[in-house]
Design a protein around this ligand. Structure first.
Ligand code: CA
Length: 634
């Protein structure tokens, strides 16, 4: 008989507590905050083809503990300097008297991260992980804010899954997504009246697969590997690791309010850069014609016009989207790059990731999937001063695809090229791991506003989810902040889909949604048909920040956050609810009596900019109508 063993690890402030045990050889852990249970005793362990480490596991009496105190730079996401303090405990586990795995926990004030180290078993120096039983059991009454995983090989040109499904807020537990395929990370839970939990993973690279969350009975969610059908069935769903070797980090962010969820840096705290930057990378703003004008407009004259437009906005890049290889051609792209350089505007070029994993027909194809073709192309790009690439239409989350992401990034760094991913997976710590990583889509992004009125009608609802879920763990290339009233080539009334959100809303989302590199959905006609105050705001709004703070909000209803760059604060808010909201915001970042500027909407969503004086208690009263916004700046 194995004896019951209990071990505990607490956060530096003592409030977050993880309790580990191995009753009857079954390892488990639980999480509490301020004395309240957030995760009940939950399974831990993994099954590999060199051993089943989910049962008959003995926790060694010796626990290796370590306090971590790191400061690191994080220029491209959330806050420019991070101070990470955590207590680490390494639980040594044996099976049949032999060293089997370590379970490594790091507990900071609002975040738990854990992973496994697997040891060689006899002469086996490699293994396949068939299942991770790592799970999360929530107390009864917990509700969920989850995004279902798509079936593989469906959607446009069989390109799914690409993290482009809709969230259901405040849903009961006990579901397992569409077609029983689980949910994508990150996954938000509201634990009764006591607070919030965000589950995700980080540190995923070529050495593992991306995972999803599987919903089970009795409040249990477990780690799920990719579906066999992803990547057109090629590559294994079960990851392989060299031994000794590590699995990625599972992360649990816990808060009594949404502040620790929205402000978390855990995806970056527990990872390390995978290689050195070949140069100092610049995080730029730019424009792209595709969002208003679509495929047919990837032609020389339109791209030249957008270079002029980017220059007029003071932006440094233009994104030339799909089909430039045939509709512009390589020689004319060189001319375009030269023309852009004369205006201080560099090119981002679009590429298909294909490949053998789906049927996306847009060119250029057959380059990014192959290291020989890719490096030759990147050498050409470097020779004409191309700043970055946007690679689209990936094939899922299997280890073979994670390797493709890493290989593209690593090769691109050799040529000083930054990388945006589209039609892709969630970034998992990549802002810190890969120095030339720019952003990922992995969201129902602005293109859907062009594709269908339903998306326009739900624009604010979705936007009120992202700061607390998708964008909380990594760059989100939404490509938004449109000032066109209509999604068509020249903002012609009553053609195509109609934007129902206000101009102030558009400005607010430029602050709410973060990617270090942004290509906004602005159009040259906005220089004359949008309010001057809106265009001026979009010229100067930063894309990288020194600090971020949650102010108020509820996922899917309204969101108000603040970001700081230097001495300048931007407080941005939007409202998706039918009713106008009136709030008294506590804004401790502004001194009592400060004179500020307020961008806000009237009841008919007409925006204006007015002076605002903060009261003695450092409060400001604000009103946001449905589909409207506010921005307060000092
Ligand atoms: Ca997409």
């Amino acid at each position: 008989m194995l004896k019951a063993e209990d071990k505990k690890i607490t956060s530096p402030d003592g409030k977050l507590v993880v309790q580990i045990s191995a009753n009857a050889g079954l390892p488990s852990y639980s999480v509490s905050y301020n004395g309240k249970i957030f995760l009940k005793p939950s399974p831990i362990g993994l099954k590999t083809n060199v051993g089943d480490f989910t049962k008959d596991v003995v926790l060694n009496d010796t626990v290796l503990s370590n306090s971590i105190d790191n400061t690191y730079a994080l220029p491209n996401i959330k806050k420019s300097q991070v101070h990470y303090q955590a207590n680490e405990a390494v639980f040594l586990c044996s099976k049949n008297g032999k060293r089997a795995i370590d379970i490594i926990f790091r507990v900071s004030n609002n975040d738990v991260a854990f992973r496994y180290k697997v040891y060689p078993q006899r002469d086996k120096l490699s293994c396949v992980v068939n299942e991770e039983t790592s799970g999360f059991i929530f107390p009864e009454g917990t509700t969920t804010f989850l995004c279902p995983q798509s079936k593989p090989m469906v959607g446009f040109a069989r390109t799914m899954p690409s993290y482009e499904t809709s969230y259901t807020p405040d849903a009961p537990m006990g579901e397992n997504g569409r077609d029983n395929n689980g949910f994508t990370f990150p996954s938000l839970f509201k634990v009764g009246t006591q607070g919030w939990v965000l589950i995700s993973e980080t540190g995923v690279d070529s050495r593992y697969c991306g995972s999803r969350l599987i919903g089970r009975a009795d409040g249990l969610y477990t780690i799920g590997f990719p579906m066999e059908g992803e990547n057109n069935g090629n590559g294994t769903a079960s990851p392989g690791i060299m031994l000794p070797g590590y699995t990625p980090w599972r992360t649990i962010t816990v808060g009594e309010t949404l502040a620790p969820i929205m402000e978390t840096t855990v995806p970056f705290d527990v990872v390390e850069p995978r290689y050195e930057a070949s140069q100092k990378y610049e995080y730029t703003k730019g424009t792209w014609s595709w969002i208003m004008k679509m495929d047919g407009a990837t032609v020389y004259d339109v791209q030249k016009q957008y270079i002029d437009f980017s220059a007029a906005m003071g932006y440094n890049t233009v994104l030339v989207d799909a089909l430039w290889d045939t509709q512009i051609g390589y020689k004319k792209i060189e001319e375009l790059a030269k023309y852009g350089a004369s205006k201080n505007v560099s090119l981002y070029l679009w590429y298909n990731s294909n490949g053998y994993w789906n049927d996306a027909p847009q060119g250029p194809r057959g380059i990014m999937d192959n290291t020989i073709a890719r490096r030759k192309e990147m050498a050409w790009m470097k020779s004409i001063g191309v700043k970055g690439i946007k690679v689209d239409f990936f094939g899922g989350d299997k280890q073979v695809t994670m390797k493709l992401y890493e290989d593209i990034l690593y090769d691109a760094n050799d040529y000083g090229i930054m990388v945006i991913f589209h039609g892709c997976t969630l970034p998992r710590g990549w802002e810190r791991m890969y120095p030339n990583y720019a952003a990922s889509e992995a969201v129902l992004a602005s293109e859907n506003l062009h594709f269908g009125q339903h998306s326009c009608d739900n624009e604010a609802f979705n936007a009120c989810l992202h700061p607390f879920i998708r964008n909380a763990v990594g760059s989100m290339d939404f490509g938004g902040s449109a000032l066109n009233k209509f999604y068509n080539s020249n903002n012609t009334p009553n053609r195509g889909t109609k934007r129902v959100t206000s101009d102030v809303y558009a400005l607010a989302t430029a602050v709410l949604f973060q990617s270090g590199v942004q290509h906004f959905a602005l159009a040259p006609n906005n220089l004359t048909d949008a309010p001057a105050w809106a265009v001026d705001f979009m010229k100067t709004v930063p894309t990288t920040w020194d600090e971020v703070r949650f102010i108020d909000g509820y996922p899917g209803k309204y969101a108000i956050i603040a970001r700081r760059q230097g001495d300048k604060w931007y407080v941005a808010g939007i409202n998706a609810q039918k009713e106008t909201i009136k709030l008294k915001l506590k804004l401790p970042m502004f001194a009592a009596g400060s004179q500020l500027s307020l961008y806000n909407d009237d009841a008919a969503l007409n925006g204006k900019i007015t002076p605002l004086k903060i009261n003695k208690k450092q409060e400001a009263e604000i009103v946001i109508p449905c589909n409207g916004g506010i921005v307060i700046v000092n």
